[in-house]
Design a protein around this ligand. Structure first.
Ligand code: C2E
Ligand code: MG
Ligand code: MG
Ligand code: MG
Length: 291
């Protein structure tokens, strides 16, 4: 019994430490958002159009360099921010940073289309669309310079509410992707009703694609399923040439992954694009392009 008591005490102490770590992290995140002193940054990962291999789209991914702890992964702090009601502030910050960046690229003659990740809680914030539209107008950018990604599991928490709000985004001219598709247990009949334009196949099915027969079956049939619903398909997590070749042969529309590029700091994007576009096979560039 003594030993049980002891392990219980240790367990409680651990819980308390976790709780404190989380509270401290949240307080630091609030400060980082308010101060806007460079701790938070956006990185941009290219998505290439599979038939021409051109890179015109990017996914915006937040990076937090904590002054004491260094890099804190978004997979860690985004869920905290969601639970603590801080995700709205994060998303507003992200949207602003991204729109300003796209405007800067436009001035340099580079028309990038950038996807922003949204949380389910963002969808129920009535001011988000206004905030986005105001920023676009201020920076004289068209709606199609932005698109949004939301995970399948977040849509599935309350599909009806999510679909209504997603529809508003569509009416404002924004393309929408279901992120991490294949991990959220949505049924095919529900897919039919989702007002989205794109499916992103979760990287867990893609990372080992060239080696795993089951993943090949899943990915290939997801591509044809998506196409039969008139949805474009993106594969994320493409890490090798063999997987890229398979995805292209199956008609996957867009490819994203470390094999093409890791997420890049904003200032490295244009140099990367210039360098990359010279490396594309010129016979591919003559193929039809798509915006
Ligand atoms: P996600 O939206 O599914 O983003 C894709 C993640 O896969 C990114 O991780 C990206 O760096 C990683 N990735 C891309 N290609 C490869 C690859 O070839 N191999 C491997 N192993 N990984 C690859 P990251 O940047 O750590 O972001 C993790 C998640 O955090 C994102 O998943 C998204 O759910 C969330 N997140 C990131 N930025 C934001 C943001 O600005 N707002 C919100 N709400 N969530 C964000
Ligand atoms: Mg995403
Ligand atoms: Mg994903
Ligand atoms: Mg994810």
């Amino acid at each position: 019994a003594r030993r049980e008591q002891l392990s219980m005490a240790i367990y409680e102490q651990q819980l308390e430490e976790e709780h404190l770590t989380r509270l401290r992290l949240l307080a630091d995140l609030k400060t980082a958002l308010a101060d806007n002193d460079g701790q938070l940054q956006m990185h941009y990962q290219p998505k290439i159009f599979s038939s021409t291999m051109q890179a015109t789209r990017f996914e915006a991914l937040i990076r937090w360099i904590h002054p004491q702890q260094g890099f804190v992964p978004p997979d860690l702090f985004i869920p905290f921010a969601e639970q603590a009601g801080l995700i709205g502030a994060v998303t507003d910050w992200v949207v602003e940073a991204v729109v300003i960046q796209i405007a800067q690229w436009h001035q340099q003659g580079f028309n990038a289309q950038v996807a922003i990740n949204l949380s389910a809680k963002d969808l129920s914030r009535p001011h988000l669309l206004d905030h986005i539209n105001r920023l676009l107008v201020q920076n004289q950018l068209p709606a199609n310079s932005l698109s949004f990604e939301i995970t399948e599991s977040e849509i599935m928490r309350d599909p009806e509410e999510a679909n209504q709000l997603l529809l508003k985004f569509r009416k404002n001219g924004f393309e929408l992707a279901i992120d991490d598709f294949g991990t959220g247990y949505s049924s095919l009949s529900q897919l039919k009703h989702m007002p989205v334009t794109e499916l992103k196949i979760d990287k867990s099915f893609v990372l080992q694609l060239a080696n795993l027969e089951n993943d090949k079956i899943i990915v290939q049939s997801t591509i044809s399923l998506a196409h039969s619903f008139n949805l474009k398909v993106v594969a994320e997590g493409v890490e090798d040439e063999a997987s890229l070749a398979l995805l292209r042969s199956w008609g996957c529309d867009w490819i994203q992954g470390f094999f093409i590029s890791k997420p890049l700091p904003a200032k490295e994007v244009l140099p990367w694009v210039n360098n990359y576009s010279q490396s594309i096979d010129p016979t591919l560039q003559r193929a039809t392009t798509q915006g």
